[in-house]
Design a protein around this ligand. Structure first.
Ligand SMILES: [Zn+2]
Ligand SMILES: [Zn+2]
Length: 148
């Protein structure tokens, strides 16, 4: 089997492969949009170069423009509509994966939390893990997710 990590949507029509040696550290976003979109407590995301990602299957897109004018293009399964990843015109060349779609999601490590002012009260963040009440400055978030 090819090196890397596999994942896919709920129905199995969309599958993907991440050609990376090591699983990137994840961050959790507790914003209300992520809760609404996932129907869950937060979204878990990993960021990696878009060219390390190969996707097969019926991918549908949904475009969102932020108030700052950045275009976020969401990719989901065209059959079961599970959200898989997005790209953002403000971060060209990067894919932001919905990391819970990984086959080995039990190996994810959340190393940062954003939008904790909307965090559900029962979730305890481990001591020493960086948090931001709202969005994190990208450089700070990237630094928190670096493994070295
Ligand atoms: Zn599907
Ligand atoms: Zn969010």
């Amino acid at each position: 089997m090819a090196k890397g990590f596999q994942g896919g949507c709920r129905c199995g029509a969309v599958r993907y492969h991440l050609a990376v040696e090591e699983l990137p550290l994840a961050y959790a976003c507790h914003c209300l949009d992520c809760q609404t979109w996932t129907g869950s407590a937060f979204s878990q995301q990993i960021v990696l170069p878009e060219d390390s990602l190969s996707v097969s299957g019926p991918v549908a897109t949904y475009d969102l423009t932020s108030p700052s004018g950045r275009l976020s293009r969401q990719r989901m399964c065209g059959t079961c509509h599970a959200r898989i990843y997005n790209t953002n015109s403000g971060r060209p060349g990067l894919a932001i994966m919905r990391a819970g779609t990984l086959d080995n999601s039990d190996r994810l490590m959340v190393a940062a939390h954003i939008w904790t002012k909307r965090k559900q009260a029962w979730i305890a963040v481990a001591e020493g893990v960086p948090t931001w009440p709202e969005a994190a400055p990208l450089a700070a978030l990237d630094a928190a997710l670096r493994r070295d």
